[in-house]
Ligand binder design. Structure first.
Ligand SMILES: Nc1ncnc2c1ncn2[C@@H]1O[C@H](COP(=O)(O)OP(=O)(O)OP(=O)(O)O)[C@@H](O)[C@H]1O
Ligand SMILES: [Mg+2]
Length: 288
């Protein structure tokens, strides 16, 4: 296939998603500069809390880390996005049903291919997502940590970005590096910051203030404070038991904090027309 044909086919694939679609959703990518700061737990906690609030939630597991979302929720995927991209499965066949009806799309190793799809795979993916998007209010994307290009592409394609940091100086420095990378690529992208594993409100506030100050001083841009999740032994116990703290200990400090964060997100992240599919369109546009 020559380049001309390829780009015509790409354009056709994109047109499969009608611009006038009425479905409205929100697409949020959850990331961090440093690994191990609690992204996957934040994704699981928010997904289940939003589901409790009556929202229909899908989660894309785009993290290569060892502590994957499926493990955290006690799910065992047999197929991943890779099978969809190869045309062996349709998207609906790989989606897992998690607790409280949340849907989990296991991407795992398939995710690297997402940013360089051939036209046939792109078409399959966009059509599948289009079908799923009709029944979804939120798509949460659990990304790997760090400023790798494939992660940054996911962030840029998402509607808004939620950056998780802990109060540790190393995590904070890496969080700032992430703010900078995103800012240089898209200065308009909304960046929320959530302080996880904080030992007090004061510690979380100080962390937020430091990140805010650095972003303003060196980049002239704001990050938006979303709040904090306290360090919580109930969360640790839930991780060990492969259940979400929100389900298992709904009155625990972290579960209550997830509720506050979910309320904020519901109020402050605008609904996007056909947000789910436009995420994928954006991802493929980034590439071309
Ligand atoms: N609020 C918290 N309270 C207590 N422990 C926590 C909290 N958040 C996270 N942890 C601990 O940190 C560990 C790592 O969390 P998680 O796997 O969610 O991080 P991650 O950022 O997704 O890591 P990776 O970068 O490897 O994907 C958890 O298994 C848990 O032990
Ligand atoms: Mg993780």
């Amino acid at each position: 296939m020559n380049l001309d044909q390829a780009s015509r086919l790409r354009a056709m694939a994109r047109q499969q998603v009608p611009e006038t679609a009425l479905f409205r959703s929100r697409v949020l990518a959850i990331t961090s500069g440093k690994g191990g700061v609690g992204k996957t737990n934040v994704v699981a906690g928010l997904a289940l809390t939003l589901a409790k609030l009556g929202q229909r939630v899908a989660v894309l597991d785009a993290d290569f880390g060892l502590a994957n979302l499926d493990i955290l929720l006690g799910l065992s995927p047999t197929h991943t996005l890779e099978h969809v991209l190869r045309g062996e499965k349709v998207l609906e066949e790989i989606v897992l049903e998690g607790p409280m009806g949340i849907r989990v799309i296991p991407a795992s190793s398939g995710i690297q291919e997402l940013t360089r799809l051939d036209t046939a795979s792109e078409l399959r993916l966009i059509q599948g997502l289009q079908r799923i998007s009709e029944t979804i209010d939120w798509l949460l994307i659990d990304t790997a940590a760090g400023i790798h290009d494939s992660v940054v592409k996911l962030l840029l394609a998402a509607q808004e970005v939620l950056l998780v940091t802990t109060p540790e100086p190393t995590s904070l420095v890496d969080a700032y590096a992430m703010v900078k990378v995103v800012h240089l690529r898209d200065s308009e992208k909304t960046l929320w910051v959530l302080v996880n594993n904080a030992h007090s409100e004061a510690e979380a506030e100080e962390t937020l203030e430091q990140l805010q100050a650095a972003s303003q001083r060196f980049l002239g841009r704001e990050v938006k404070a979303l709040g904090m999740i306290p360090s919580d032994s109930s969360l640790l116990q839930s991780v060990r038991e492969q259940r979400s703290v929100v389900e298992q200990f709904p009155r625990s400090p972290s579960a209550l904090a997830f509720r506050q964060i979910a309320d904020q997100l519901m109020k402050k992240v605008p609904l996007q027309k056909d947000g789910f599919a436009s995420f994928w369109k954006q991802l493929s546009l980034e590439e071309s």
